[in-house]
Design a protein. Structure first.
Length: 248
């Protein structure tokens, strides 16, 4: 375990490994540079990154660019920022060794962490929804699914309809806090993605849409076991797609 003073020295010397960033608006370049710095300095989980000021000076960018980059990493669960204390590494950060970009690889790992959380929450949500759903909520859920299905078939934006569908299920569970927690986690991830992210492509995730019909009918039929099986299948498919995207 490194002492606090040694950690600070290591953090400062790590910044010296950074090259200047020529295109100052490219947050992705900043993130790539930070990954290389972390590897070169052998910074580990629990270590602190150099200060925003030091990073900005060394890279030749504004502090706002550094702040945006670190906010995105925080949304991916890679770092934790503590006011007055610094930015701590909370996950292994390594450059991509395959064909995919480092940024996409880190986004994928962040999304996989979110899916891991969602599995636990969603299983309980759909179980409760299948036990408690009312006739009115069943109608709303089916209508939301039909809307999502129609938008996908017409090649239109469908993610908000997906949120509407799941919102009915969260309501039917009897505790809308489930939905709030899941939505907050998802929002943090989406806010963390850089421009042109493959996970922003409208095609990403759409293969799971038809599977939502099984979830819809399982809950409508008040079958908790079938509902859990359906949400598990959906999340399994999304996980497969995340891994596939990160490897291309």
């Amino acid at each position: 375990m490194k002492s606090k003073s040694k950690k600070q020295e290591s953090s400062k010397s790590a910044a010296m490994l950074l090259p200047k960033i020529e295109r100052k608006s490219r947050t992705a370049e900043v993130l790539d540079a930070l990954v290389k710095m972390i590897e070169a300095a052998d910074l580990q989980v629990g270590d602190t990154l150099p200060s925003e000021t030091l990073l900005a000076d060394q890279l030749g960018v504004g502090r706002s660019t550094i702040r945006e980059a670190l906010n995105r990493w925080e949304g991916l669960g890679l770092v934790r920022r503590r006011r007055g204390s610094g930015t701590y590494i909370t996950a292994n950060i390594k450059s991509s060794k395959g064909l995919g970009s480092t940024t996409t690889k880190l986004e994928a790992e962040g999304l996989l962490r979110i899916l891991d959380v969602r599995r636990t929450l969603e299983n309980e949500v759909v179980r409760r929804a299948a036990q408690n759903i009312s006739d009115n909520q069943t109608e709303k859920m089916r209508a939301a699914y039909k809307k999502m299905e129609r938008l996908v078939n017409e090649g239109m934006r469908w993610r908000e309809a997906d949120h509407e569908f799941h919102a009915v299920i969260y309501e039917a569970s009897g505790n809308t806090m489930f939905g709030r927690v899941i939505r907050d986690v998802d929002d943090a991830f989406h806010a963390s993605k850089v421009s042109n992210s493959p996970f922003e492509d409208p095609v990403f995730g759409f293969r799971s849409v038809p599977l939502h019909e099984n979830l819809c009918e399982a809950i409508a039929n008040r079958d908790p076991a079938a509902a859990i099986a359906a949400i598990t299948t959906i999340l399994d498919l999304v996980e497969q797609e995340v891994r596939s995207v990160s490897e291309t």
